[in-house]
Design a protein around this ligand. Sequence first.
Ligand code: ZN
Length: 308
Amino acid sequence: MDLREDHMIQATAADSTIRLISAVTTNLVAEACRRHGATPTASAALGRALTGALLLGRTFKDLEYMTIRFQCEGPIGGIVAEASAHGTVRGYVKNPLAEVPLNQMGKLDVSGIVGKGMLYVIREAGFEIGLMKEPYYGSVSIVSGEIAEDLTHYLATSEQINSAVSLGVFVESGIETGQERVTASGGYLIQVMPGADPETVAAIEAAVTAAPHVTDLIRGGAGAAAILEEALGPISFDVLETHPVEFRCKCSYDRAVSIVTALGRDEVEDMLAKDRGAELTCHFCSSVYYLNEAALHEILNPSEQMLM
Ligand code: ZN
């Protein structure tokens, strides 16, 4: 696989007592941030959440959708990221144009733009095979707003799994174009399963602390496996699977028609009279769907072919 393309790996170490997931998400995060016109700090927050949803989602075998939602008081207003079992992810922030000054270390202040609030995790499973299991809901207070620390805290308190989560997004200022863009994004998740040897865990903790930042590794050309090599130091691991990951939304023109249809006859007649059409913008990807006059008439009076 071309390491410049977005990808995610699952791996295991120390007789399966350590579970590892790592991802490079540069292209999908760049696409999401471009679609939403996000500022650098909003891009960093959104990118970390998108990557985090992909990593977290991959830890559940029967998963269909993993949604992480930050409901927060900072200028960004809120973040939603939804990953599927097929390696697709979509998401948005409430205020993509919000921005805050750099923090004391001269870095994008993600915790400052997120602020206090709640982190919600929603896990859906079984729908596609007809089981219709109830979605699982978990929630914790936001502890830092840096996203990775919040996911670590969530995993420890709600799922009782000791984990290390690292997420990073590098936004390059465009000297020639005057526009910033995401040029590196990715992260990893290390989980300690019951029965893990304390010495192994201590060695991993030391290696994680000493490892270069994930975006430095990606900017240097590292793929998901090379990121884990740095994070695990002397501990060897086996890669079980490698998957492509991508930004993909579930919206479509047909879905836009269903939404307008569901508004009811009065509302559709009102749209026809006032605007002679309807315009819908998808929150998740900023795609715009325009239903013209003929499309609205079709909703009110479906043609014979449509009824067949
Ligand atoms: Zn969409």
